[in-house]
Write a protein that binds this ligand. Sequence first.
Ligand SMILES: Nc1nc2c(c(=O)[nH]1)N[C@H]1C(S)=C(S)[C@@H](COP(=O)(O)OP(=O)(O)OC[C@H]3O[C@@H](n4cnc5c(N)ncnc54)[C@H](O)[C@@H]3O)O[C@H]1N2
Ligand code: MOO
Length: 423
Amino acid sequence: MARGELAPPPLRNDCFALPPGVSWTPVDAALERLQERLAPVVSFEELPLFRAAGRVLARDVMALRPNPPEANSAVDGYGFAADLGGASGEVTLPLLAGRAAAGAPFRHVVPEGYALRVLTGAALPEGVDTVVLDEDTASDGATVAFRGPVKPRSNTRRAGEDVARGASILTAGRRLTPADLALAAATGHGTLPVFRQLRVGVLSTGDELTEPGAAVAPGQIADANRPMLLSILHRWGYEAVDLGRAPDDRNALAALFDRAADRVDALLTSGGASAGDEDHVSALLTQAGSQATWRIALKPGRPLALGVWSGMPVFGLPGNPVAAFTCALVFARPALALLGGAGWTAPDGMTVPAGFEKRKKAGRREFLRARLREGRAEVFHSEGSGRVSGLSWAEGFVELDEEAREIQPGDPVRYIPFSAFDL
Ligand SMILES: Nc1nc2c(c(=O)[nH]1)N[C@H]1C(S)=C(S)[C@@H](COP(=O)(O)OP(=O)(O)OC[C@H]3O[C@@H](n4cnc5c(N)ncnc54)[C@H](O)[C@@H]3O)O[C@H]1N2
Ligand code: MOO
């Protein structure tokens, strides 16, 4: 789909359906499917620079003017024509009355044989292409003396030496950084074309959940996923919409989905993603004819329910917080980026020696909560999918691929810091 269309076409209802007969989906196949089937769903708008930080650029942007726009002085000093400073030994030049300063250009020609007081950032007047640094001169106000030779064009900046007019400065899909705003401003832009912020809802499901901090009756636990997922979305630059908690009741959940579809572009749920009696997210999406309960060959995060509800993509994350976190980073992150116009990206990892020992089943990928210490990846002491403390302990993942069976200390492993997932 072309980027930036005002009304992007709705996603197909069956865009996540698995081919018949498929049961275990390898992580890469699931990612490929998402990448193939999703496209930007947001229109774009022209935003003032001051409000564009963190937004996704909707079109390529060119420099409207060169940077710097004119040749200017890099220092406070005295300017003259290059050949005057060429001689070695002492040079004395008569000073012209007046000066050139940033924002207050000298509007006359500096005649051959004269020097002029110039300040940092001042446009070079005609007749000046070289500046000698204040600290290297002596002046009585009528003349200036310095020791030559001074290299031609010293202490000056050429017009356009940083960016030429018409040069490509920023490409569509980029999430605008503070430095990008400086570059855009310096090259003549007051506004930038950006995608509307993707609105992403977060809904926790399960009768057992209570609000964080609220009293818990027997059988209840605090909703840990919602604050985590909302803050992840916020960090990713989306408008995160808190849709609260849903009971294990199919009709109530369907009504919440309907309401969400009117308010958000995509929905993250957690819980109810597998195929048990109370797994209503996956059941509802299947009922809508649009769903695939994906059994991903992944630990943690095996059940992942993906579907489209009234045009709204739903990422049914597993309920266990570690699995919800992992699936959010591995699957929702690149998918939401695509929906929001930023394009698909894979996180950059690095190969480091293992600081641990482990046996694993072949045929599935594993993400271990990990951190780097003294150049080695250490992993959390438990792989339990409800162990939230390990998520907080970790600074990244060790990603073990499908083939890995046994890891010994010192073996090379792939470490992906959470920063590579934009956290
Ligand atoms: N018979 C099977 N049982 C389970 C399987 C399976 O393949 N066959 N898979 C297991 C795996 S792996 C996971 S992960 C979980 C995920 O299942 P659901 O997405 O259906 O999640 P729930 O059953 O609703 O909840 C799982 C667990 O997480 C707790 N939870 C849920 N939401 C939250 C929340 N917002 N904050 C904190 N904790 C939450 C919930 O109370 C459960 O303890 O299924 C396994 N079972
Ligand atoms: O997806 Mo589950 O976390 O592997 O427990």
